[in-house]
Design a protein around this ligand. Structure first.
Ligand SMILES: [Mn+2]
Length: 287
């Protein structure tokens, strides 16, 4: 993408969810800068730490100037300039403020992308971070040309069959423990094969788990390799999901967090469930 004679590259670590393929500019997104290009200025958006940002960007970051724009309270402030607003429901809102501040108009194309940021980071305007400001910003973006109905269809109603197949197989492994306070499930590489799906398609399963009445903590275990298991955690009770995940080297938000556990699936399950049960009891023992 060329802007005013300067090269601007939009880099996103793979895998890039295809569901966002409708977004303007999606085809210009790269996993790493083209060969021979050595960016000197890098904006990071919505990245709580450098580790989340993929190898290519990390390499650039060793010598480029970094501007770190984020809303995770756990942000490690790895930038040369850090713009952190934990009260923002989505980093898209911070981008809106920056555009306003520097006098750039928000076109309908930009409004569409920013609306998607708000919609997805508030879980379709359902999470606790659905603040008056989030709804007001969303209304403003709709007036500027974002089409909420169309965008919701593109984001939430374009799933391939394989995604639902994977969801069905994974949810069949669901276990509910501690009198309904804790639920967990697994996604293994074998399941991916069976459903003809890729791991990125498991993204929504954690939220299905998290829809059980009375649940406090939901955990999804994702088998990446023989010795690496990723977890997604959702909390609706007193447990701080970010703190729980931080104890495994991960991070995130109080209600939604994740981590990478360098253990095989079954070991990771034992290890994480032990800590999760302790956290539930410690947070509200007599419930
Ligand atoms: Mn975010």
């Amino acid at each position: 993408m060329r802007t005013e004679g300067k090269d601007v590259w939009v880099l996103v670590p793979p895998p890039l969810p295809e569901m966002y393929g409708f977004l303007p500019g999606f085809d210009n997104i790269l996993a790493e800068p083209p060969h021979g290009v050595d960016p000197q200025l890098v904006f990071f958006f919505d990245s709580g730490n450098l580790e989340r940002s993929g190898n290519a960007v990390r390499t650039i970051a060793t010598h480029a100037t970094i501007i770190n724009v984020d809303h995770h309270p756990s942000n490690t402030r790895f930038g040369d300039i850090n713009v952190i607003d934990p009260n923002a429901s989505a980093v898209g809102q911070m981008v809106m403020e920056m555009l306003d501040h520097f006098g750039y108009p928000i076109t309908s194309t930009i409004a569409t992308s920013l609306y998607v940021a708000l919609l997805t980071d508030t879980g379709g305007f359902r999470h606790e971070n659905t603040t008056p400001r989030a709804l007001e910003d969303a209304a403003r973006l709709a007036r500027l040309g974002a089409d909420p109905g169309h965008i919701a269809t593109q984001v939430y109603k374009m799933r391939p069959e394989t995604t639902l197949k994977l969801s069905g197989i994974a949810l069949a492994t669901m276990r509910v423990e501690m009198d309904g306070r804790l639920a967990w499930a697994k996604v293994t590489r074998r399941m991916l094969k069976e459903a003809n799906a890729v791991m990125a398609e498991s993204e929504g399963i954690i939220d299905t788990l998290n829809s059980i009445a009375g649940l406090e903590l939901a955990i999804l275990f994702k088998e990446v390799s023989n010795d690496l298991t990723k977890i997604s955690v959702r909390s609706r009770g007193a447990v701080d999901a970010a703190a729980l995940c931080a104890s495994f080297g991960g991070g995130g938000h109080i209600r939604a967090a994740g981590a990478e556990i360098e253990k095989p699936m079954d070991e990771a399950v034992r290890f994480v469930l032990g800590a999760a049960k302790e956290a539930i009891l410690a947070a509200s023992p007599q419930l």
